[in-house]
Unconditional design. Structure first.
Length: 373
């Protein structure tokens, strides 16, 4: 069955590295993306133990091989803003947070939602120059027990990575999408300076780990697409972002890293070849309904493009027949390699627990694991 060879006995680290090199594995790594908190609350009523209250506990309970918990920690000193409540009513409060962003939050017990953002700290060259001074990138912090951790990492059986930052998502959090989009068109040198500073910041932070630890992957976060495509034109992406990615991936590649993962929702199709040009080669969570079907993307961009995710979350809402069809759809990609299947974003609360357990059972059969769920 493709690259699956059940006679092998591999560690989590070996399995993770080999599947992305199209080499035989005992089974495909069994990982998932996560859950909305209301999903877990629903599942508590349907049989999930009450102690499973977040993604970490869910990974423990279901026995997943969660690569994303294992990253070399570092700290970039930042002189944050004082968190201030500007005004409030019975349901909401308007706050300025530690990053300087003004937003509307629901109060505890009222419900859950993404905050409404009202104002951002970076608006122009002056505010950016002022904000930049809040970072101290010459004094990156690492754990006090660094030498002990290095010894532990030498004996590890799990993949170990490092956060390599990101650019568009980071700048959007500081400027807001509208302001950033306008600046890309009217003040591209401002955006270029932000991305240049970000690149220097990340290279400073990862230099020591890359030189002293055998890293397996690097992880970028962007979330820069929607179902209609990217939130930045490919032209501007190539001009402003590809050189930044390349500096980071080339540095890490020189120190043995071969897997460069980018997390972006939405339709990533137009950006895949540009990410590849910048050295980023692994894409997730591959939201199918948004147009990021990993099967089609592999056909289009070849084996250089690696994927995780790509199982349409809506199939889990529909039930067993839809789940079976969805898993059959990705079966050729599983058998070819360079792919770890899992749900294409957080599992929504519309999914019954029984459907999720059925999905896990059938997925584990597909990836060469018998499910006990």
């Amino acid at each position: 069955m493709g690259i699956i060879n059940s006679s092998l006995r591999l560690t989590r680290r070996e399995r993770f590295l080999r599947v992305f090199k199209y080499e035989e594995v005992d089974h495909i790594p069994d990982a998932e993306f996560g859950y909305w908190s209301e999903t877990l609350r629903r599942w508590h009523r349907e049989g999930l133990p009450e102690w499973v209250t977040d993604d970490y506990r869910a990974d423990q309970y279901f026995g997943f091989e969660a690569w994303y918990w294992y990253k070399v920690p570092y700290y970039i000193p930042f002189r944050g803003f004082e968190r201030v409540v500007l005004r409030e009513d019975e349901r909401t409060r308007v706050v300025r947070d530690e990053l300087g962003v003004v937003k509307v939050e629901l109060k505890e017990g009222v419900g859950e939602s993404i905050p409404t953002y009202l104002d951002y700290p970076v608006k122009d060259w002056d505010t950016w120059e002022s904000y930049k001074e809040r970072f101290d990138i010459d004094n990156i912090g690492y754990p006090a027990n660094w030498e002990q951790l290095k010894e532990e990492w030498e004996r590890r059986d799990y993949p170990l990575g490092i956060d390599a930052g990101g650019f568009f998502g980071w700048a959007r959090d500081l400027m807001g999408l509208r302001n950033l989009s306008r600046a890309i068109l009217t003040e591209p040198e401002l955006v270029r300076d932000m991305f240049e500073f970000r690149t220097r910041m990340i290279l400073k932070a990862i230099e020591k780990p890359a030189k002293e630890v055998k890293l397996d992957y690097a992880h970028f976060w962007e979330d820069m697409c929607w179902n209609g495509g990217p939130l930045i034109s490919p032209k501007h992406f190539k001009e402003l972002m590809v050189p930044c990615y390349r500096r980071i991936t080339e540095f890490l590649r020189a120190h043995g890293v071969r897997i460069f993962i980018v997390d972006s929702d939405g339709n990533i199709d137009l950006l895949v070849p540009l990410w590849l040009e910048g050295g980023v080669n692994c894409f997730f969570p591959c939201e199918v309904k948004a147009g990021s079907d990993p099967v089609k993307l592999r056909e289009k961009y070849g084996r250089e493009a690696l994927f995780m995710g790509g199982i349409d979350k809506y199939a889990l809402i529909e039930g067993p027949k839809a789940i079976d069809r969805e898993l059959e759809r990705v079966k050729p990609l599983v058998e070819e390699g360079g792919y770890i299947p899992h749900v294409d974003h957080r599992v929504p609360a519309d999914v019954p627990y029984s459907h999720y357990l059925y999905y896990l059972k059938r997925k584990r059969e597909l990836i060469g694991l018998a499910s006990s769920s």
